[in-house]
Design a protein around this ligand. Structure first.
Ligand code: NAI
Ligand code: 15L
Length: 266
């Protein structure tokens, strides 16, 4: 059991859905976000913080023995936003950890680190990255910092390349990459309690019928996702438009991230 877990990005969709489970993992939970959170449970406190502000990020770490880093820009956006939230922000986070006894970090990376692989390829974390967006590149940077800080300073981190963590899938792509919140919680618990993670990268995806990713290099975690998007199969089929196999949105694992315009041109 952790004594004090810091969760950044706590006001976001994933943070909200994880919050009711975190008392199973930590005695106290510090929620942080740039957006205010007011509906706190007794074991929770809130600290407003822009991840781009080094001193504020540093001040979040007092007594923290585990960090779940969800905060930042979660979609393709203009570069200045990504720079502040995901590049400066992740650097500030790892620097704060280095100066505060190096609590283990779980870093919310993304499937968009490898979004330019096709849906017919089976990708594992040792394969070269193929980011599909500036957002995907920012997650590559986060994984790079995690790798450097482990190799050079011994800072441990589990980078989880999340698929689609929303209540339910909306199309065949998100059906293949759906991640249930119970499975995510179980992965985080294993990430914090495993004797050693070094810097490990894993695809965070439930036990769906279609599988694009190979997590055998992280088998030591013993994570066996139990949820599946199969129960929405009929809904997805009933509501979907017919997919054109030659449509780039359909070809690439990253879907429309792979085909979107440069965000600074919009
Ligand atoms: P979200 O966009 O709902 O939440 C992100 C939170 O970060 C927001 O509450 C936002 O206010 C906060 N934030 C943004 N910029 C900030 C800054 N400069 N300083 C402090 N806080 C800032 O995203 P969601 O869906 O909850 O995702 C959580 C994490 O997981 C993100 O890092 C995202 O990239 C990653 N992820 C999520 C996936 C999903 O399916 N939901 C898939 C792949 C990755
Ligand atoms: C992500 O990385 C995003 O944070 C999430 O909002 C979804 O867009 C997801 O990827 C996706 O692959 O669709």
């Amino acid at each position: 059991m952790l004594k004090k877990l810091l969760m950044t990005g706590a006001a976001g969709g994933v943070g909200k859905s994880l919050r009711p489970l975190l008392h199973r993992l930590a005695e106290r939970v510090v929620l942080s976000d740039i957006t205010e959170i007011s509906d706190l449970s007794p074991h929770e406190t809130f600290r407003r913080c822009d991840l781009g502000d080094r001193a504020h990020v540093d001040a979040l770490f007092d007594g923290v023995d585990g960090v779940l880093h969800l905060g930042g820009i979660s979609l393709e956006k203009p570069f200045d936003l990504i720079l502040n939230g995901n590049i400066v922000g992740v650097y500030n986070l790892f620097e704060a950890a280095r100066h505060h006894d190096m609590p283990r970090i779980i870093f919310a990376s993304s499937n968009h680190v490898t979004g330019f692989y096709t849906r017919h390829e089976r990708v594992d974390p040792s394969m070269p990255v193929r980011p599909d967006s500036l957002y995907g590149v920012s997650k590559v940077f986060g994984e790079g910092i995690a790798s450097l800080y482990f190799d050079k300073f011994g800072q441990e981190c589990l980078s989880i390349r999340i698929g689609w963590c929303f209540p339910k899938p909306i199309n065949p792509r998100t059906q293949a990459i759906w991640l249930g919140v119970e499975d995510l919680f179980d992965l985080c618990e294993r990430g914090f309690t495993a004797p050693r993670v070094g810097h490990t990268i894993i695809y965070a995806v439930s036990d769906n019928e279609e599988m694009w990713w190979d997590n055998s290099s992280a088998a030591f975690l013993g994570w066996k996702p139990r949820q599946s998007s199969a129960r929405w199969r009929a809904d997805v089929l009933a509501n979907m438009k017919l997919e054109t196999p030659t449509d780039p949105d359909v070809i690439y694992q990253g879907g429309h991230f792979a085909t979107s315009k440069h965000p600074d041109d919009e």
